[in-house]
Design a protein around this ligand. Structure first.
Ligand code: NCD
Length: 310
């Protein structure tokens, strides 16, 4: 298989093809085996990653660092841009230029949508989007899709329901767009009207002739869906007033989970703040603290290997 990702940026899922995904999935399978059998190797020896995070992160940040280290690469120890020249007023453009001189790949999270397009213009090395405001979160979507593939084998006829604050939740934008590569999927977007799916994402789905619906209530479909993708209300992206209106609207507890099919799964990119209760964690269909979480490391190992090695 030709490595179509070598030297590439990953800013939006819109640039990824089915072929790219098959390549990533195959590589991810190998990474999973590698971690299981040997824990690590040295294939990225001499390469350095710079993670520039302008917003808090647990999983994305740590799994990228762990991925780099498991492949023998190094990283610049930074986890908070407020400790860098950012605090002195340095622009993203300059920061990106500077870190391009030290590292072989940049992983950037930024509160402003579209800021990654700016970063790419000034970077001299490949850039990976780790979340840009209410824009995209491509690597989360790839690991979510990998989790679905692991679980269901195929995507044909899968019915996935996205639940919660869909207006501000970048993993939903990326996953919904990515799933258009598999046109037999069905998507339902369940949210309060005030935080429904962004219209530009809807436009994208329509352009790709995807079957989807928008709902305010989950009860009509909960017993039919294969995947329930739960999201957090992104409090930091909205006014107090809006937050009061939409918080706590949907809570998946044991009683709700019982209504779902035996073969279905419950996903959440995390962090959660009450939208899935702890009693659901032990349900075999809950993959958010298991399969979905682990896929993050393997997928990011695969991406770094593909981007950094011919
Ligand atoms: C998400 C994010 O930052 O977009 N987290 C993640 O990367 N798994 C979701 C969130 O902010 O709640």
């Amino acid at each position: 298989m030709k490595n179509t990702l070598f030297g590439k940026n990953i800013i939006t899922v819109e640039t990824l093809s089915k072929k790219d995904l098959n390549l990533i999935f195959k590589k991810t399978d190998q990474m999973r085996e590698l971690v299981k059998k040997k824990g690590r190797d040295e294939r990225l020896k001499g390469k350095i990653l710079a993670a520039l995070f302008y917003e808090p992160s647990s999983r994305t940040f740590s799994s990228f660092i762990a991925a780099m280290q498991r492949l023998g690469g190094g990283f610049i120890p930074l986890n908070d841009m407020s400790k860098t020249s950012e605090a002195k007023g340095e622009t993203l453009e300059d920061t990106v230029r500077v870190f391009s001189a030290y590292a072989n790949v940049l992983v950037i999270r930024h509160p402003k949508e579209g800021s990654l397009d700016v970063a790419v213009r000034y970077a001299k090395v490949p850039v990976i989007n780790a979340g840009d405001g209410i824009g995209e979160h491509p690597t989360q979507a790839i690991l979510d899709l990998y989790t679905l593939r692991e679980h269901f084998g195929k995507f044909d006829n899968l019915h996935i329901a996205f639940l919660g604050d869909l207006r501000h939740y970048r993993p939903v934008n990326s996953l919904a767009k990515l799933m258009t590569l598999y046109p037999k999927v069905k998507m339902s977007f369940v949210s309060p009207a005030e935080v429904s799916l962004q219209s530009k994402v809807k436009k994208y789905l329509k352009k790709k002739n995807i079957v989807f619906e928008e709902l305010v209530r989950l009860d009509k479909i909960i017993s039919n869906i294969d995947v329930l993708y739960v999201t957090r209300v992104k409090k930091e992206y909205m006014s107090q007033e809006l937050y009061k209106k939409v918080k706590g609207k949907y809570v998946i507890d044991g009683k709700e989970a019982k209504k779902m099919k035996k073969q279905s799964i419950i996903m959440h990119p995390l962090p959660r703040v009450g939208e899935i209760t702890e009693e659901v964690d032990s349900d075999a269909r809950a993959v958010y603290l298991g399969e979905q979480l682990k896929s993050g490391l393997y997928v990011r190992m695969a991406l770094l290997d593909l981007i950094l090695r011919k």
